[in-house]
Design a protein around this ligand. Structure first.
Ligand SMILES: [Fe+2]
Length: 463
């Protein structure tokens, strides 16, 4: 196989700066300037997690930096406060993950997502325990649900909109490589089972439908020989690539596996079962050559593909038919995207609209637009211009009775490419390409990060 050297991947560049520049401290600001009109319905907190090393720490891989929460409090048309806080994990306190005592799942930076479940807020990272935080971003501590969670927890759990149950998993470099968990809506009941995968795959996300769990068993694997690099996961051409479908109503049942073209997927955009019993999964797919650019190392594939690779993911659809084992793969868009989101009331159900952070045109600058994509592929874009990037755009539904699927807002923290300034942008989800409904000027540049959630007041703990 021909290979081409790839540029240093973004997460490993020691000089990583600009919009990724970590902030050196924790601050509070009140009465933030607002352009436009904040909808009074948006009363709650927008919380976002991301990596932010401590001042003076050696820059390592971006994905291994300590987690920092940024929060913006909105209340009845006003932007009451911004604050940022590190998630005070045992890793931040200097405790080792691996020692003679074994693995400490609480000694991991919780830097990837922040969610609410059962009236509690959790900062998440895929290789550690969830860390409970309070509504003012203070750290409560690691949570193993009364000793019942004995694995790490993905940063991408899925709440079933009907049952309220939280579906999630933990993966590990050690057997069992993958464990499925289902936590009841009130957080009181946890059911777990092992799932056989081919090896220690790096499973960042997964999918659920109303009836199924869908596994992404893809060729980014834990490799001991990479430990010294600070990021032990890498592409393994020999691993194969497959998606697995598991019924939720048969917790001990077998997984039906479907071989797919090799790729990597950080983020699923949605999944559902269709009328014929097929499982439809949409995800932001990195082709092998793009994995090489994005993650580093030799670029697999033919030289032409390697030369054309930009390191971007593109939306892709897999249709899995458990009746005959067939798979159909379809590229949905050419534009590079990441952070796909949907209306969370439609997790596991057919959704017409998908939102994402997109590059500026094919092969253009990263994350320069927020896009809304119809199920037929029609795309509306909110272009941010050459100097600004978007973070994940979270859909917040309006509370109008019988609302349309896209009746609501998209919330995203934007950051200038030099990292100097940020705004919380509120877009009308029915008119994404139109002017923002409101923009809150934040008191500092918020480094580009990962995922966030809108926490309405009715869900926030300890108000
Ligand atoms: Fe993620």
């Amino acid at each position: 196989m021909a290979t081409t050297p790839a540029p240093a991947p973004i997460g490993r560049r020691p000089e990583l700066g600009g919009r990724f520049t970590p902030v050196p401290d924790e601050i509070d600001a009140v009465d933030l300037p607002v352009e436009g009109t904040l909808p009074p319905e948006l009363t709650g907190r927008y919380l976002r997690n991301g990596p932010n090393r401590l001042p003076g720490e050696e820059p390592g891989h971006l994905f291994t930096a300590h987690g920092m929460l940024h929060g913006v409090r909105l209340r009845e048309g006003r932007a009451e406060w911004y604050r940022n806080r590190w998630v005070r994990t045992r890793a931040l306190e200097g405790h080792p993950f691996l020692s003679e005592a074994g693995v400490d799942l609480a000694a991991v930076p919780a830097n990837t997502h922040v969610i609410e479940h059962g009236g509690r807020l959790f900062a998440l990272v895929e290789n550690g325990l969830p860390y409970e935080v309070d509504a003012d971003l203070g750290t409560v501590g690691p949570c193993d649900f009364g000793g019942r969670l004995t694995t790490a927890m993905t940063a991408h759990p899925k709440t079933d909109p009907v049952s309220g149950d939280l579906h999630f998993f933990g993966y590990s470099p050690f057997p069992p490589f993958l464990t499925y968990h289902r936590l009841s809506a009130d957080g009181g009941d946890l059911v777990s089972r092992g799932v056989d995968v081919a090896g220690p795959t790096m499973m960042h996300d997964f999918a659920v439908t109303a009836e199924h769990v869908v596994w992404l068993d893809l060729p980014m694997t834990f490799q001991w020989q990479r430990m010294a690099t600070g990021m032990p996961f890498g592409w393994d051409e020999s691993y194969g690539a497959r998606l697995g479908v598991m019924r939720q109503d048969d917790p001990a049942g077998a997984v039906t596996w479907f071989d797919v073209d090799p790729c990597y997927v950080f983020h699923v955009g949605g999944a559902h079962s269709d009328d014929d019993g097929r499982v439809v999964v949409d995800g932001a797919r990195y082709a092998p050559a793009d994995v090489g650019v994005m993650w580093g190392g030799p670029v697999p594939g033919d030289p032409a593909a390697a030369a054309a690779a930009t390191g971007a993911a593109r939306m892709h659809r897999w249709v899995l038919d458990p009746r005959d084992g067939s798979v159909t793969e379809t590229a949905l868009e050419e534009r590079g995207v990441e952070f796909p989101t949907i209306d969370e009331a439609l997790v596991g159900r057919p959704a017409r609209w998908r939102y994402a952070v997109a590059d500026r045109g094919a092969g253009g600058e990263r994350a320069g637009a927020v896009v809304k994509v119809d199920s037929d592929g029609t795309l509306a874009a909110h272009e941010l211009g050459p100097d600004v990037v978007a973070g994940e755009a979270v859909f917040v539904a309006s509370e109008a009775p019988g609302r349309a699927e896209d009746d609501g807002w998209l919330l995203t923290i934007t950051t200038t490419r030099d990292g100097a300034a940020s705004r919380l942008l509120v877009l009308d989800a029915t008119d994404v390409s139109g002017p923002p409904v409101a923009a809150v000027t934040l008191p500092r540049g918020v480094p580009s990060g990962f995922h966030g959630s809108w926490i309405p007041d009715r869900c926030a703990p300890r108000m």
